[in-house]
Structure formats: C-alpha cells, structure tokens
Design a protein around this ligand. Structure first.
Ligand SMILES: Nc1nc2c(c(=O)[nH]1)N[C@H]1C(S)=C(S)[C@@H](COP(=O)(O)OP(=O)(O)OC[C@H]3O[C@@H](n4cnc5c(N)ncnc54)[C@H](O)[C@@H]3O)O[C@H]1N2
Ligand code: MOO
Length: 423
C-alpha cells in the first residue's frame, strides 16, 4: 500500500474552495478502489514459454535441490586435496574426462586428477577443482604449484535452492528474472491468473485521431494512446472502443458495451462539472455505482471510481497529464490488484527538492520532475519542470517521475525531502 500522501481529509482545500465541494484524500480514494478490486478468480495452466509477462496464480517452489548435483564452476582439473602431500609442487596423472552433460565418473585412481569442464558433475570422492590456467599440462600429466582449498570451484548440491525452497510468491509478473528461476527449477507449466479484460474509451467531441486533419477547435486524442501504451501487457485482453462524442446517448451506448464483458472499464474526460461533462450522470443512469469522486490531488481532482455489474470503473480526467497521473497513482494499482498481482504500488523513493515554491494547501500534488543530480549524502535532487502542468504533455517526456507535495504543505523549500514516484 502506498502512503501516497500525508493527506488528511480536507473539507475543501482545492484550487477553488467555493465551487469544488468535498474532496477525498488520495489514499482514501485508492483504498476505496482497491477494496472494490477483487482479483479475477479463474486460472489457466500454460507451458512456461507461453507465460511470459503473465501473472502467476500460485507460489512456485523448487521441486528439487538446485543445483541438482555437485558440479564444477570452472574448466580445469578435479582432484582430492588429501592426495597432495607436502609443500608442492605436485604432478598428477590425468585419469579421466568429464564434460557438462556427462553422467559423471567414479573410481578415478588415488593420486590422479580428472579433466573437467564448467557445469560437469564433480566425482563424489573429489573435493577441489583447479582452473586450467593454474596447472601446467604435459602429455597425460598436470603439475600444480599451489595447494588448492577443499571445496574450491565446486558448486554444491542445493546451494542455490533447497528442495521445496520458495522461488516466487503468487501474483508475480513473469519477467526475465522470474522466467529464468522457473525454468532452472524445472517448471514446464505455470498456473496463471486468466487475462484481465479491460475496455477503454475516450470522451470528447473535440478529439480527432493523430494523423487526421484538425478542424477549428479540434485536438488530437492523446489519452487513448497513453492508455494503449499503459495497457499493452501480456496479462491484459484489451477492448479499445476509441473516441466517443460528448452526447449522453453515445456515451451510454459505449459504456454499456464496455461493461458487458469487462473486468475493468476506463474512460477519460467528461468527469468534471461542465455542461458537457456527462460521465458521472451517464454512469449512474446506466446502473453504475460511484464509490469515490473528486480527489484531493493535483492534477486529477475529477476522477471517478465505481462499479457496474462485475466491472470496476475508473473515470480519468480529460486533461492528458491529469489522466496520466491519476492512471499512475490510482488506476494502475486498481488494475494490478484486479489482475491478481501482488505488487501493486508504483515505485517510490525519496528525493531532495531542488526548488522552492509557495502553494495553496489542500490537494496532494504530483509534479512532473526531473532528477538533476545528487546532494553530498547521495540523495537525488528533483527539479520541477513548470508550475502549471495538467495539460502540458511535453513535460511528461522530460520528467523522470512525479514529485509528491503533501496536501497540507504551504510551501516547499529547496532541500526538503519529498516522496518521488519514479517512472
Ligand atoms: N468549473 C470547473 N471546471 C473544471 C474543474 C472544476 O473543478 N470546476 N476541474 C478542472 C480540472 S482540475 C480538470 S482535470 C478538468 C477535467 O475535466 P474532464 O475530466 O471533464 O475533462 P474534459 O472536460 O472532457 O477535458 C478537459 C481537457 O482535456 C482535453 N482532453 C479531453 N480528452 C482528451 C484526450 N483524449 N486527448 C487529449 N486531450 C483531451 C479537453 O480537450 C479539455 O481541454 O476539468 C477542469 N475544469
Ligand atoms: O485536477 Mo486538474 O487535473 O488540476 O487539471
């Protein structure tokens, strides 16, 4: 759970106290959404190679000790240190050869060495491997000058993982690290949460698709592409319902279609208070329940969290930076929980403010910020990019993350410690 803000409930601390009504603290809005987000129950078992990027439904343990046998960490010669009498040097006959994949060898004569390669099983009665660089080989004999330590260059059975040892908890996204560990421990199949069905649409009569010509008053739809990128995950089955004009009829039709079969519905725009902001009314009229709306965050005050049938609904604001920030802070954790993921919070760290600003307290601010260096203690310093930002998408690309300014702060002084959500 992220402690996103030292936000405390504020009656009306937003930019326009007269008009904005009651705002919910960010944590409370997020907790409301997370409480609604039951992880999808269905699972499927698939071959590991088909599971990349998906979310595991069960904890994985190693069915065997890893490595499964003592093996050589180097190319060289295996020997018994007890065979090396006195102070050296020592010359030993080479009595055998074991490569990776060989079943191993037993019964090498006392006083002999065995040629061995990295990953090959070490004979059970030998206790050291000497790297080939440290021996001189002439014909069928080797000479070594310094005494090897018992256990040297031998990877012991079970030292990586005991039998039954935990590899991953349930709810883990299989990235390259997890795939590697699952494969190493012999998991041919993996049980996953089923894919999450997510439906999206963007509201706004002014929106055109990028690539189309703009008429007067029109803009290109950026939120749709922000969401397409954010939702481009192997564990999501996306239904993209495109752009919808600001008419209650069209919005209702699209909303009902979106909720029909989805685990989560996401819209952008139309959640504020203007005459053309129809989403909350349309959502309620179509049978949806809104559980939280109007959050004490900046940007992103107008955000709706609700349920409609089995679907969770997150209505993001239209301003693109507001949509991005509310998605990052509220939408994405709800989505992750619904998908069955164990890690749901955005990555958070602390930074020092590289700026000073006065502000009106009331909303927790998430300011696009750039990491510009380190202080004497090695803490990163964040510089905000602009005092106004909710519609300035260029700032997002220039930023390294979002600097959090607590809701109750009246000013931030250069050097103050701030929480930072790193992209
Ligand atoms: N009287 C008030 N007006 C506004 C308030 C308020 O409290 N009282 N809140 C402001 C805040 S804060 C935000 S954020 C916006 C959010 O409004 P909506 O969610 O209703 O969004 P729209 O009005 O539909 O659009 C706002 C803005 O964003 C542009 N937009 C919308 N969708 C897209 C898209 N897909 N791609 C690119 N740009 C988009 C739209 O053209 C508008 O400029 O409301 C404030 N107003
Ligand atoms: O909350 Mo709005 O997102 O400030 O622009």
């Amino acid at each position: 759970m992220i402690n996103l803000a030292k936000t405390k409930p504020v009656g009306c601390g937003c930019d326009d106290p007269e008009l904005s009504g009651k705002l919910i603290p960010v944590n409370m809005a997020l907790e409301t959404g997370l409480a609604l987000a039951e992880p999808v129950a269905e699972t499927e078992t698939v071959p590991l190679a088909k599971a990349m990027g998906r979310i595991t439904a069960e904890a994985a343990v190693s069915p065997v000790p890893l490595p499964p046998f003592n093996n050589s960490a180097m190319d060289g010669y295996a020997l018994r240190t007890a065979d090396l009498a006195g102070g050296g040097s020592w010359t030993l006959p080479v009595s055998g050869r074991i490569a990776a994949g060989d079943p191993g060898c037993t019964g090498a004569p006392k006083g002999s060495a065995v040629r061995i390669f990295t990953g090959a099983p070490v004979p059970s009665d030998m206790d050291a491997v000497v790297m080939q660089e440290y021996v001189e080989r002439i014909g069928a004999e080797i000479t070594l000058k310094s005494r090897p330590e018992p256990g040297q260059n031998i990877r012991l059975l079970g030292e990586d993982m005991p039998k039954g040892g935990a590899i991953l908890p349930a709810g883990t996204e299989i990235t390259s690290r997890e795939a590697c560990a699952l494969a190493a421990s012999g998991h041919g199949n993996v049980t996953l949460r089923r894919k999450l069905r997510v439906a999206i649409f963007c509201t706004g009569s002014e929106l055109k698709a990028p690539g189309e010509d703009l008429g007067p008053g029109q803009i290109w739809n950026s939120n749709r592409y922000m969401l397409l990128a954010a939702l481009n995950k192997p564990w999501i089955e996306l239904v993209d319902l495109g752009t919808v004009e600001d008419s209650p009829e069209s919005l209702t039709k699209t909303l009902i279609k979106a909720a029909e079969n989805a685990d989560m519905v996401i819209s952008t725009g139309g959640v504020s208070v203007g005459d053309e902001d129809h989403m909350p009314a349309v959502f309620r009229a179509a049978g949806g329940n809104i559980h939280a709306m109007r959050v004490a965050m900046k940007p992103g005050k107008p955000v709706a969290i609700g349920t409609m049938g089995d679907a969770i609904y997150v209505g993001l604001p239209g301003n693109p930076v507001s949509a991005f920030v509310t998605w990052h802070v509220i939408g994405a954790p709800i989505l992750a929980k619904r998908a069955g993921a164990a890690k749901i919070a955005p990555r958070k760290t602390t930074v020092k403010a590289g700026f000073t600003t006065n502000r009106r307290p009331g909303r927790c601010e998430f300011r696009p910020a750039k990491l510009v260096g380190y202080d004497a203690n090695g803490t990163e310093i964040a510089e905000v990019l602009s005092p106004s930002y909710s519609a300035r998408v260029a700032l997002l690309c220039a930023a390294d993350g979002l600097a959090l300014i607590p809701a109750d702060a009246e000013k931030v002084m250069e050097g103050d410690v701030l929480e930072f959500l790193k992209f």
